[in-house]
Design a protein around this ligand. Structure first.
Ligand SMILES: Nc1ncnc2c1ncn2[C@@H]1O[C@H](COP(=O)(O)OP(=O)(O)OP(=O)(O)O)[C@@H](O)[C@H]1O
Ligand SMILES: [Mg+2]
Length: 363
């Protein structure tokens, strides 16, 4: 699973990337288009259930779920026509599963704003317009091809033509495809185009150091906008988080207490991204490792097992599952089994968030 960080130039994307990935890999500086080639990194999704499991099952390793993050170059008005760093950078966005858009909500007059003043809703509109235009171009190219195949009697192409026309009408009314409801067959027909406005989106309001809770009216506006357009919101001061991420653990705790945060805001972002992507976690727990595995909400047990290894999906026999509550009550897997609480679930079982499981696989 991969999320792409997008936004106008100089809004704090690389600063956020560095903080999230605990690195200084991405160059961040106070000038637009500082980033040209995308930076990639891995961020782990904090989950306190891992720690609770390891109170009873002591492993050699604890492995949280992970997301891949890509820090992409800034996008400006006209990008779809090649302005700024243009189309090449839009192509990086086509490849990700979700978009994390950094919107500037901090006022600092020393940091250049490419549009001249701080206005997160205008920034969101600017980027959305570019993504809508780029999607329209993609669909225009695809339509010609699909129409040709449809004429020669290809039934799938016929469906593709009708979905493309439906999407185009939606985009022409300046709506992102995220807000268009398609049935699974329709979604499937256009899934290979990498349509950007169809991707789930999380707005990261990059706030001032003195407004960590995001009380500023501009942040409120972002929340209201997100609620209307099916987006998520997280609030963070990227600059402060990048400083916190560089500290060792003891200093970090002290600094967090100083600024009045219960945990790094980055944890909140990682969780929100996970939620935006429609993911939950199940766990595998043994002496070797206790590990969280992401799966798409609604997956069957074999599909969820396939996250570990594709073979696990095809060779799935059944899953043995218990809950964290059971582990906390009975203290060991052996006792859970003895109490008859270890459930055997078959191929139709819908995986639940927090399930702790063993998969039985055909050799
Ligand atoms: N919350 C904040 N408050 C004040 N300054 C900030 C904040 N977040 C980031 N900055 C500053 O904004 C400047 C731009 O940051 P950064 O290089 O991360 O932007 P970017 O979006 O990656 O830019 P580009 O599109 O040019 O790659 C840096 O000087 C950074 O320290
Ligand atoms: Mg950058």
């Amino acid at each position: 699973m991969e999320a792409g960080i997008v936004g106008l130039p100089n809004v704090g994307k690389s600063t956020l990337f560095n903080a999230l990935t605990c690195s200084v890999a991405a160059q961040s500086a106070n000038y637009p288009f500082c980033t040209i080639e995308p930076n990639e990194g891995i961020v782990s999704v904090p989950d306190d259930r891992l720690k609770r499991i390891t109170e009873f099952i002591v492993p050699q390793k604890i492995i949280p779920a992970a997301l891949k993050l890509v820090d992409i170059a800034g996008i400006v008005k006209g990008a779809a026509e090649g302005e700024g760093l243009g189309n090449k950078f839009l192509s990086h966005i086509r490849q990700v599963d979700a978009i994390m858009q950094v919107v500037r909500c901090f006022e600092d007059p020393d940091v250049t704003h490419v549009a001249g003043n701080v206005d997160p809703i205008a920034d969101i509109d600017t980027i959305e317009t570019e993504l809508v235009l780029a999607d329209m171009q993609t669909l225009e190219n695809a339509l010609g091809k699909a129409q040709r195949s449809a004429r020669s009697g290809d039934k799938e192409a016929l469906l593709r033509v009708s979905v493309i026309e439906k999407c185009n009408a939606h985009l022409e009314s300046e709506q992102p495809l995220r807000t268009l409801t398609l049935n699974p067959a329709e979604s499937n027909a256009i899934s290979s185009y990498g349509l950007m406005t169809a991707k789930p989106i999380l707005y990261v309001a990059n706030v001032d150091e003195n407004d960590l809770e995001g009380k500023h009216p501009l942040v409120e506006k972002v929340r209201a906008h997100a609620a209307k357009s099916g987006a998520g919101v997280a609030c963070v001061c990227a600059k402060l988080e990048a400083e916190i991420a560089e500290l060792d653990e003891a200093d970090r705790a002290e600094m967090l207490a100083d600024v009045g945060l219960a945990e790094p805001s980055l944890n909140v972002i990682a969780r929100e991204t996970y939620r935006t992507l429609g993911l939950q976690s199940y766990f595998t727990a043994g002496e070797k490792e206790v590990r969280a595995w992401p799966f798409a909400i609604g997956s069957t047990a074999p599909q969820a097992a396939g996250v570990i290894h594709s073979d696990f999906e095809h060779k799935f026999i059944r899953a043995e599952i218990y809950s964290l509550a059971d582990l906390e009550e009975y203290k060991s897997e052996k006792e859970i089994r003895a109490a008859g609480k270890l459930r055997a679930e078959g191929k139709a079982y819908i995986m639940q968030d927090g399930d702790i499981c063993h998969f039985l696989i055909n050799p």
